[in-house]
Write a protein that binds this ligand. Structure first.
Ligand code: GDP
Ligand code: MN
Length: 394
């Protein structure tokens, strides 16, 4: 769960990371009052859970009350990556000597957290390939401060600044671990004219799977997680969830809609993500993510297949699973065939690939053959099955 900047900064302050003085405001009038209370030139920052606000005018400076009001109106009217600004954070505008980047990220390659640091802080760390330091850490073994110092030392700063930044990174690291974060990022961390390091921006993502043990964090931030979906569920997603709930047999759901052309029914011991990535890697455009497993009923598979194939512009479906043990391949085959027929499509045309090796696979293959579909066995890897499906589309 991505936090708003104001919430992320509240966590920062509790962890000992300095932030500018700031007040939340919902309206331009409240922004003017907040600026008066801060008694300085201010930064008006749109609260929206997406980065790149600076570039679209969702972060603006203002001096006089009239200016604050005008800027507040303008910032409230911006959209950032399609998302509306829901509030304003009015902060004292500090005069800044230098900006850098510090972050603890979850690194998919090393499958663990990593410290990332760069002296070119500011708007676009993703682009700043040169001069970015990346040091893997472990969430299992305790990380000692010298590891963090090692990371910071690679930036080649004078020793007093190295110690100051190591200190900030230590706070960030402990925050990351204690709150079960996926991301804790300061961009920019600024050195003020007075020589203090202050987090001008804050980006924090909580791990949804750890929220059950982070009730204190949610309480600290006054967040009700049920009111916080990062994105509204689409009609397709809602209907898929209804289908899944309507029949207790097996998992067939967790549908996420995408704007591609190939429907996916995927699963088996983590293979759903593998299959999804494999389709993308060979140039395919998934229309959805949909996990199946736990021996879903024919009815459930049929309803989901039909639902996916009924989407506008969708002509075919790829069914790719890892070797199944508890799930019967023939029941999946039967469900997919029925779903195609119910959608008014010929299985031989609509099934781009069917790869469900394992229990009852011969029965499944015979059934598919009857409809002119050749099932893939386990000699066809998930990657190859994905490639075949994408080829079948073109
Ligand atoms: P983002 O574009 O969504 O990442 O929004 P930021 O909060 O990072 O704001 C964009 C830029 O505004 C930052 O990179 C800073 O350069 C600048 N900025 C934000 N707050 C302050 C501040 O208090 N003082 C100064 N001088 N610059 C600020
Ligand atoms: Mn930023």
């Amino acid at each position: 769960m991505r936090l708003f900047e104001s919430e992320a900064k509240a966590l920062f302050r509790r962890s000992g990371i300095a932030t500018p003085r700031g007040i939340l405001a919902e309206t331009p009038a409240a922004a003017v009052l907040a600026a008066a209370e801060l008694g300085s030139r201010v930064v008006v920052k749109g609260q929206v859970r997406s980065g790149g606000r600076g570039k679209v005018g969702a972060v603006q400076f203002a001096g006089s009350a009239a200016e604050v009001e005008e800027v507040a109106h303008a910032v409230l009217a911006t959209r950032v990556s399609g998302q509306a600004v829901t509030g304003l954070l009015i902060e004292e505008a500090l005069s800044v000597d230098r900006e850098c980047y510090l972050g603890i990220v979850f690194d998919g390659r090393s499958r663990g957290p990593a410290a990332v640091a760069s002296l070119s802080g500011g708007v676009d760390i993703e682009r700043a390939e040169a001069g970015v330091v990346r040091v893997p850490l472990s969430s299992l073994a305790p990380t000692q401060d010298f590891r963090l110092k090692e990371a910071i030392s690679l930036l080649g700063l004078p020793s007093d600044e190295m110690l100051e930044l190591t200190n900030v990174l230590g706070h960030l690291w402990r925050l990351f671990i204690q709150r079960d974060l996926l991301l804790a990022e300061i961009n920019p961390l600024a050195r003020t004219a007075a020589g203090h390091w202050v987090a001008l921006d804050a980006r924090v993502e909580l791990d949804d799977d750890a929220l059950f043990r982070q009730t204190q964090t949610l309480e600290d931030l006054d967040i009700d997680p049920s009111t916080r979906s990062d994105r509204e569920a689409s009609e397709l997603e809602l209907e898929a969830a209804r289908i899944d709930r309507s029949d207790h047999r097996g998992v067939a759901g967790r549908v996420v809609q995408f704007d591609g052309s190939l429907a996916l029914l995927i699963g088996g011991g983590g293979a759903s993500l593998t299959a999804f990535d494999a389709v993308r890697a060979c140039g395919g455009q998934p229309a959805n993510y949909c996990e199946i497993g736990g021996n879903p009923s024919v009815r459930k598979v049929a309803l989901l297949t039909r639902l996916l194939l009924d989407q506008p512009g969708i002509q075919s479906i790829a069914v790719i699973m890892n070797v199944v043990n508890n799930t019967r391949a023939d029941l999946i085959a039967r469900g997919v065939i029925r779903g195609c027929l119910d959608a008014g499509l010929e299985p031989a045309q609509a099934i781009a690939v069917f790869r469900v090796p394992g229990a009852w696979e011969e029965e499944g293959a015979a059934l598919l053959q009857h409809y002119g579909v050749t099932a893939c066995d386990r000699s066809i890897s998930i990657d190859e099955a994905a490639r075949l499906a994408v080829q079948a589309l073109s």
